[in-house]
Design a protein around this ligand. Structure first.
Ligand code: AMP
Ligand code: MG
Length: 390
């Protein structure tokens, strides 16, 4: 059995070993959530010119006269003339600061009377001026190959005038739920059947990662059918993900089927929920076999599947974010395996969901984080736990 850290390492290595996907050129508005495949640099200074951070009056701070004539009016988008000596320029936020001015007095600190102002509070040099290049200088690195774009990064590209960029193509993924008891939501539920929640969960999870789900299906608990389905999925996918059927029961056929059509690289992680995790290959296609219990499937996808999918998608600079937060509970239970507890982060510390069963999806709905409870360790109030925000 692998430790959590070893499993995480194995996921990173699996993703790193795989070949890079092709890339494509997209326009700015198509870039959100995509993974950049080239290093990008600022081609201009941002902002491109010194401009006013306030509505007010641009002046030369070394002048001493408190009463000044207003010699020009500069709004955002206007061209500024050089400041006449001994005068002030009416100026608005975002407008270019005229040559000869080195400070802007905010209008609240002036008294205006027709074409003159009286300055109540003298500014320091540079006050209320946003300097050219204070955000980015021409040539500064913007995004690296392997960075995933978000709205802030997209805005930064736009601020430099970048209107298109190269990104990795979306990885193709097939998703299977396995189990004779499963029925897709929307169909009639017969006695002893349950609705399939893993496939919708995985599709939703994957859609946040901008992958292309090329196929998804419920597989019966049948060795031959599973084998054929895995083989044909591998032919059209970069990644095949299954949920369920991965233990060693008589009705668990995924592991055996994978061993027939491909290769199993890792099996079983010392953790709860989610011990039975399979990772492997079918040809060049990566295989991720998640446990069937819905909470285990989610936690395994969150901790391990996500890392592989992001890696295959070309995202090289990603790591799980974790924080240390004190427990606001006690637990004397001695655990054989480390446990990812569904918790809420509150002001006083972490609160666990009362029912931590691996089939209780409500625990994940309620939780905003997973707290790692180490094995063999009773938890007292204030015990600092490693927490993974969901
Ligand atoms: P398995 O890993 O196939 O032994 O499944 C473990 C438990 O999870 C069983 O109670 C299954 O009925 C349940 N389960 C498996 N797959 C799903 C699914 N797609 N949606 C909901 N429950 C599932
Ligand atoms: Mg099953």
């Amino acid at each position: 059995m692998l430790s959590i850290e070893q499993a995480r390492q194995a996921c990173a290595e699996l993703a790193a070993e795989s070949n890079s996907l092709d890339d494509e050129l997209l326009t700015l508005t198509e870039l959100n959530h995509r993974v950049i495949s080239e290093d990008l640099f600022a081609g201009v200074d941002v902002p491109p010119f010194n401009n006013s951070a306030m509505d007010g009056y641009a002046i030369c701070s070394s002048h001493t006269e408190k009463s000044l004539f207003i010699s020009q009016r500069i709004a955002a988008g206007d061209r500024a003339l050089a400041l006449e000596q001994g005068t002030a320029a009416r100026i608005f936020t975002g407008a270019p600061v005229p040559k000869g001015a080195d400070a802007v007095v905010m209008q609240e600190n002036c008294e205006a009377d027709h074409d003159k102002i009286e300055i109540k509070k003298w500014p320091k040099p540079g006050e209320n001026i946003r300097c050219a290049g204070e955000d980015l200088r021409r040539g500064d690195p913007l995004l690296r190959r392997g960075d995933r774009v978000n709205s802030a990064k997209l805005a930064s590209l736009a601020s430099c005038g970048i209107h298109r960029a190269r990104v990795f193509k979306r990885p193709k993924v097939t998703v299977f739920s396995t189990g004779n008891e499963l029925v897709p939501p929307g169909e009639h539920l017969k006695v002893d059947q349950i609705f399939d929640s893993n496939r919708p969960m995985l599709q939703a999870f994957l859609s946040q990662l901008e992958v292309d789900v090329v196929h998804s299906e419920i597989l019966d608990d049948d060795r031959d059918k599973t084998q054929r389905a895995l083989q044909s999925a591998a032919e059209k996918s970069d990644i095949v993900i299954t949920a369920g059927g991965v233990s060693v029961g008589e009705e668990d056929h995924v592991k055996a089927a994978l061993e027939k059509v491909g290769r199993l690289d890792l099996w079983k992680v010392c953790m709860k929920p989610g011990k039975p995790l399979s990772l492997g290959h079918i040809g060049d296609t990566l295989f991720i076999g998640l446990p069937g219990n819905p909470v285990s499937a989610y936690v395994s996808m969150f901790l391990f599947g996500q890392q592989i999918v992001r890696g295959i998608a070309g995202e090289k600079n990603w790591q799980h974010r974790s924080l240390k937060i004190p427990a606001n509970f006690t637990s004397n239970k001695v655990r054989k395996r480390p446990e990812f507890m569904r918790v809420q982060i509150q002001d006083q510390g972490l609160i666990p969901y009362p029912h931590q069963g691996s089939g209780v999806l409500s625990s994940l709905v309620w939780a905003d984080a997973l707290a790692l409870i180490p094995a063999e360790t009773p938890i007292k109030h204030g015990h600092l736990l490693e927490v993974y925000p969901l």
